[in-house]
Write a protein that binds this ligand. Structure first.
Ligand code: PPS
Length: 310
């Protein structure tokens, strides 16, 4: 591969000399999505799943990569080498991702030769996921993260990911999150949408805070959902390999495989802090008060047990 060619999210090749720009958002059924997703919407919604497919769904920055790595290690009986066969974005295609210009959908990056299940990542809200996933009762793991930490993580990600819309200053970013104006739309609708459907559609609904509090318990929960049973030492190894520290150092998951013009990790690393409660270092008292007041309104009637500190 020449220096000028780079691996995109989907594992496809882009010319680094080609324009990398912060994509504008276009509404798809009321949800703002990056323009290349919106313009390819017909192909995305026509995606044909297989009943054995496994979907990992999240609002951006809720713990997707962490869950992806846990799942891959579980499916491969804790084999570290197998799980380093390719960057996580290649091992598990990003359903709605397109690498413009002229690059195929993330789906075409599905690894050949991997045994089922095919694991697919999405940030789409429940109602925009191609309906076949629900008709075929595909297993789905949803990870939710408390709104304040999710917002903080998204802000830093938008600073460093040169394909996301410009975040602007912190104090104007908060209202954009509250109003559902960021890419993939409203956090509030996203977490409520999957919560409402979790029982009917056999969705395993996890919380980032639970994973931080007791990673072993959550790894075992995922293992049971996948119908696997692994010995104690393998489970311990998986917990270790998916610690924040281990993942930060693992080039197959820390997104250093995305070139600097796209992810400028000198601005903020992809594996940034990996903590619960970092919002305390960002929100002023007044910002927190306004956010909480609005949160009560937006989440009224929902009983999702979020924790903003552990
Ligand atoms: S993305 O771009 O939407 O796929 O990002 P996503 O992977 O969902 O979220 C990135 C945040 O998750 C943190 N992370 C972890 N935290 C704890 N333990 C582990 N192993 C781990 N792996 C990733 C990552 O650091 C981002 O959170 P912040 O708060 O920004 O550090």
């Amino acid at each position: 591969m020449s220096d000028k060619r780079v691996v995109s999210h989907s594992g496809s090749i882009q010319e680094a000399g080609g324009s990398i720009s912060r994509f504008p958002l276009i509404s798809v059924q009321g949800v703002p999505l990056r323009n290349h997703i919106a313009t390819n919407w017909d192909s995305i919604s026509a995606f044909e799943d297989h009943p054995s497919d496994l979907l990992i769904a999240t609002y951006p920055k809720a713990g997707t990569t962490w869950t992806q790595e846990i799942v891959d290690l579980l499916l491969n009986d804790g084999d570290q080498e197998v799980c380093r066969r390719a960057p996580v974005a290649v091992r598990m295609p990003f359903l709605e991702h397109f690498s413009p210009p002229h690059c195929p959908s993330g789906l075409s990056g599905t690894p050949q030769g991997d045994a089922p299940p095919r694991v697919i990542k999405t940030h789409l809200p429940f109602q925009l996921v191609p309906q076949g996933f629900w008709k075929n009762k595909c297993k789905t793991i949803y990870v939710a993260r408390n709104a304040k930490d999710n917002l903080v993580s998204y802000f830093h990600f938008d600073r460093m990911n040169q394909t996301q819309p410009e975040p602007g200053p912190w104090d104007s970013y908060i209202p954009k999150f509250m109003e559902g104006k960021l890419a993939w739309g409203s956090w509030y609708d996203h977490v409520k949408g999957y919560w409402k459907e979790r029982e009917k559609n056999n969705i395993l609904y996890l919380f980032y805070e639970d994973m931080k509090e007791n990673p072993r318990r959550e790894v075992e929960r995922i293992m049971r959902y996948l119908g696997k049973s692994l010995p104690d030492d393998v489970i311990c190894r998986i917990v270790e390999l998916t610690s924040f520290k281990a993942m930060k150092e693992n080039p197959m998951v820390n997104y250093t495989f995305i070139p600097v013009p796209v992810f400028d990790q000198s601005i903020s690393p992809f594996m940034r802090k990996g903590e619960v409660g970092d919002w305390n270092n960002h929100f002023t008292q007044e910002q927190s008060r306004v956010f909480d007041e609005d949160y009560e309104i937006q989440m009224k009637g929902s009983n999702i047990p979020f924790r903003i500190n552990i």
